[in-house]
Design a protein around this ligand. Structure first.
Ligand code: EPZ
Length: 424
C-alpha cells in the first residue's frame, strides 16, 4: 500500500481540472441497484476506493458490477442484480465505509429482510444511524439490534407513511427514500436533506419508473410502485472535489478551470464565500473558472446542510484561511470531531485556536513544510493544499484517506503544473 505523498512547497496551481463523478452520489446510486432485478448502467462513476468497497459489498450480496468502459477519471458500470441471495452487510465492510448503510433500505424494500452491521464511529464522529432505523420502522419494518448488527424485517412488505426527520440527514434521507420507492402507498418525508446528490438519486429512480417529487426541497413525496425498469444514468459531477481544487487555486495564487458542471450552482454558499474572500469566479463552457489574482480577505464560515456551507469543504477552507491576513472563524455544526486537521496544520506553522465547535484562524505570513498525518478524507486534502503553498517539502502519511474520495490527484495536479510524488 503506497502510504505517503510528498508535496514540494511554493507551487502555483494553474490549469484545467476535469471534475470526476460525485462520490456521494455514486454510492447511493450503486446501492439503489438492489431495488430491482432489472439492470442499471451508471456512467461517470469516479475511480475511488469507496466505490470499490461498494462494488465488493454489492457483489457479496449477489449482484455483479462490471466496468464496461473506463476513461481516465471515470468508469461506466453495468450492475446486474437479478439474483440477490445474501442479505448481510458484514462489520468488516461497514466499518471500512459508513455509506455501506445505504444497502439497508433497498434490501428491505426488495427482499423484506436484511442484517447490516452498525457502522461504528469514524474519525469525524460517532455517526449514529438511529434516524435511518426510525424511518424504516415508520414504513412498517421490524428493527432488532443484536451483537452489533441491525436485524430488519418487513414480512408483509413496506407501507408508505409520513416521517419527519428531527435533524437533516443526507444518507438517512437517501435510505428512506429508496425504501419508500417500493412501499405500498404514499410516503411523505419532512425535513428531508436537499443536497444535489439526493436530487441525482431521485432523478435516476424516476428514470427507472419511480414516482418521486419534491426532491431538492425539504419535503419529498414518494408514491410506491411495484418495480423499476432498467435504465442508464450519468452520475452528477463532484462538487466537493471541485470546491477543493478551487481552494488549491486560491491558496497558491493560481487559477483553475473546473470542467464538468456549473459549480456556482452546485456550491452556492461556498462560492459566495470564495467571492467574498476575493477569488474571481466566472462561467466557462461546461464549467467554472476560479482565479486568485490578489490579496484575500478573512471570513467567517458556519457549516450547514445544503444549500448552506458544506461541512465537506470545511477542512480545505481552513487551510486557505491559514494564509489570509487577519482572523477568520469556522463553526463546524454538523460533526462533533471534524477539527483533526488543526493539529497537523499547526505543525506547519498555522495559528489556530479551537474551542468546541469553533475554530479561530489567524493568518500567518508563511507555512512551513513538515511531516504530517492525514486523519480523514477531507482533512487529507487540506494538508495537500497547505503543503502546496508552504515553504519546503511536506510528507503526508496515511494517504489512503485521500484515495477514498479523490481520484487521480497526482494526475489532476500535474494538469495544473504541480508535481506531487507518491512514496512508500
Ligand atoms: C453524508 O454523510 C456524507 N457522506 C458526508 O460526507 C457529509 O459530511 C454528510 O452527509 C453531511 O453533509 C455521504 O453522503 C456518503 P448525515 P451522512 O447523516 O449521511 C447526525 C465525505 O467527506 N445523524 O447527514 O452520514 C450525524 O451525527 C463524507 O464525503 C444522527 O444523529 O451524514 C450528523 O451530526 C464525510 N442520526 C448529522 O446528523 C442519524 O441517524 C448529519 O449527518 C443520522 C445522522
Amino acid at each position: 500500500m503506497i502510504a505517503k505523498i510528498k508535496v514540494p512547497g511554493g507551487q502555483k496551481v494553474c490549469g484545467v481540472v476535469p471534475v470526476s463523478g460525485a462520490k456521494n452520489a455514486a454510492l447511493p446510486l450503486l446501492a439503489s441497484s438492489i431495488l430491482s432485478n432489472n439492470g442499471l448502467r451508471l456512467n461517470n462513476v469516479p475511480k475511488l476506493l469507496d466505490v470499490d468497497t461498494m462494488f465488493s459489498l454489492l457483489e457479496s450480496l449477489g449482484a455483479t458490477c462490471q466496468v464496461v468502459k473506463n476513461s481516465v477519471y471515470n468508469d461506466s458500470v453495468e450492475l446486474k442484480t437479478d439474483s440477490i441471495h445474501n442479505f448481510t452487510a458484514p462489520y468488516d465492510m461497514v466499518k471500512k465505509m459508513r455509506a455501506s448503510i445505504l444497502v439497508l433500505g433497498p434490501l428491505l424494500a426488495r427482499c423484506g429482510r436484511c442484517k447490516v452491521s452498525l457502522p461504528g464511529g469514524c474519525a469525524i464522529g460517532v455517526r449514529p444511524i438511529d434516524l435511518h432505523l426510525k424511518g424504516m420502522e415508520a414504513l412498517g419494518a421490524a428493527i432488532d439490534l443484536k451483537n452489533g448488527y441491525v436485524h430488519a424485517t418487513a414480512k408483509n412488505g413496506l407501507r408508505g407513511a409520513d416521517f419527519e426527520f428531527p435533524i437533516v440527514t443526507v444518507t438517512g434521507t437517501e435510505n428512506i427514500m429508496m425504501a419508500a420507492v417500493l412501499a405500498e402507498g404514499t410516503t411523505v418525508l419532512k425535513n428531508a436533506a436537499k443536497e444535489p446528490e439526493i436530487v441525482d438519486l431521485a432523478n435516476c429512480l424516476n428514470k427507472r419508473g419511480a414516482k418521486i417529487s419534491g426532491h431538492g426541497t425539504d419535503t419529498i413525496v414518494i408514491n410506491g410502485v411495484s418495480g423499476l425498469r432498467e435504465a442508464e444514468y450519468d452520475v452528477l459531477p463532484d462538487r466537493i472535489e471541485a470546491g477543493t481544487y478551487a481552494i488549491a487555486a486560491g491558496i497558491t495564487g493560481g487559477s483553475v478551470d473546473l470542467i464538468g458542471g456549473n459549480f456556482e450552482e452546485l456550491l452556492p454558499s461556498f462560492m459566495d464565500k470564495m467571492k467574498q474572500m476575493g477569488l474571481e469566479l466566472s462561467a466557462i463552457e461546461n464549467g467554472t473558472r476560479v482565479k486568485c489574482s490578489g490579496k484575500l480577505s478573512s471570513a467567517s464560515v458556519n457549516t450547514e446542510p445544503h444549500p448552506g456551507f458544506p461541512t465537506d469543504l470545511q477542512a480545505q477552507t481552513m487551510a486557505l484561511m491559514c494564509l489570509v491576513e487577519g482572523e477568520s472563524n469556522i463553526f463546524e455544526s454538523i460533526w462533533e470531531n471534524r477539527f483533526m486537521h488543526v493539529a497537523e496544520l499547526m505543525r506547519m506553522g498555522a495559528d489556530i485556536t479551537v474551542s468546541g465547535a469553533h475554530a479561530s484562524v489567524r493568518g500567518v505570513k508563511q507555512l512551513r513544510g513538515a511531516p504530517v498525518m492525514a486523519t480523514d478524507l477531507r482533512a487529507s486534502f487540506s494538508l495537500v493544499l497547505a503543503a502546496l503553498a508552504a515553504k519546503g517539502d511536506t510528507i503526508i502519511d496515511r494517504v489512503y484517506h485521500l484515495d477514498r474520495g479523490y481520484c487521480c490527484v497526482k494526475e489532476k495536479l500535474a494538469g495544473c503544473g504541480v508535481t506531487v510524488e507518491r512514496i512508500n
